[in-house]
Design a protein around this ligand. Sequence first.
Ligand SMILES: Nc1ncnc2c1ncn2[C@@H]1O[C@H](COP(=O)(O)OP(=O)(O)O)[C@@H](O)[C@H]1O
Ligand SMILES: [Mg+2]
Length: 265
Amino acid sequence: MSKDQPLLVLDDIKMRFGAIEALRGVSFSVDGGEVVALLGDNGAGKSTLVKIIAGGQRATSGRVVFEGRDRQFDSPAEAKAAGIETVYQDLSLCTNVDVVANFFMGRELTRRVLGIPILRQKEMEQETAKALAAGGTSIPSLRVNVEHLSGGQRQAIELNRFVHWGGKLVLLDEPFAALGVEQTRRGLEMVERVRARGIGVILITHVMAQAFAAADRIVILRHGIVAGNVKTEETSPDEVVRMITGGIGRIARATENQPETGAGT
Ligand SMILES: Nc1ncnc2c1ncn2[C@@H]1O[C@H](COP(=O)(O)OP(=O)(O)O)[C@@H](O)[C@H]1O
Ligand SMILES: [Mg+2]
């Protein structure tokens, strides 16, 4: 994979649910270390697109090119193994076990004593603490069950876990919807840290200010098509609202911005 190749290229993705065409030929790309905010009204196709990227469902047609290879993942587990994950607020943490157990879920460190695998609790706790500290997250006790943590803390654990285990592209679908102001601010800081590590981010949000605070680029979906694809610094909230609602678009510009999809080159 060459350095200036996009991390992810979506090429003419279409998705049909019976009579409904949820996606009608969506194309855009995401680089490593780039935050792309995906905006659009309810029903525009944002969640459907994210599911297609992360192995939740298969597109009716089109190509998903990840790290230069055609990849359509058949399950979230397959996408995760490749380094693509959707971070939900709490859905993918086990609330009845502690932070360390969640961090090492499915990757537990063990040693064998008389042939019996014993968890290396101390090492796992130290590694979890180190990873969270590197992500700027402080959780008072790593031995507390996740059910006692706030939404923001859970999200931070998930994002840190994703980074720690070598994640490459993270999908955030309305990640701050249930969070307060301070937790949202911390969440946005986490996104910045993730980006600084060269990870690609797709951030779905309804809140314009969050898109402008966090994103390098804004892609607007409207009725299943890309109605705009603009650099954050070259647009304004007013213009983005117009693109969401169907006023003047910048589709010509978006086409200009589309990279070559050249898989395998
Ligand atoms: N599993 C499904 N079966 C039928 N229609 C669906 C399904 N998932 C999504 N849709 C439809 O696809 C369109 C896009 O939905 P969605 O991707 O959830 O939009 P958004 O996340 O932008 O609000 C909507 O019209 C929605 O009703
Ligand atoms: Mg949605």
